[in-house]
Design a protein around this ligand. Sequence first.
Ligand code: DQA
Length: 145
Amino acid sequence: MVNILVIHGPNLNLLGEREPAVYGEQTLEDINKMLKDTGAEYQVEVDCFQSNHEGTIVDQIQEARGRYQALIINAGAYSHYSIAILDALRSFKGPIIEVHLSNIYQRESYRHRSLISEAATGGIFGLGALGYKLALLAAIEMLKQ
Ligand code: DQA
């Protein structure tokens, strides 16, 4: 059985209520359900995790080693400055797909750089919740090869 972990960073628990014009109307629960349902179509188990805390995200990435074959991560604002999350991701063997709901390059300049991209296999931004689905499909395809 293939297991894929989806990690959502700070403030993503507020999806649906938080700046819907930027992040969309779907709640985190909606997105997680969509990901689990999509995974099930491919016999892939998808676990979803959200934390507002940098260290907890680092712990989760470390614990994912050996348990999950791929990671999908939207580290929220931590993407832009967390060397700790970048280092943790570097210790993970397997595809890592970075997701941002919004187009970070159309926004404030401090969002233009994602530190964690250095550890990501690839990434998707600006496609809203669809980005997560495409990230999952990409990870599944990569694990098949
Ligand atoms: C985000 C973009 C980040 O700049 C922001 O801090 C978020 C969400 C996105 O999904 O578009 O929390 O990662």
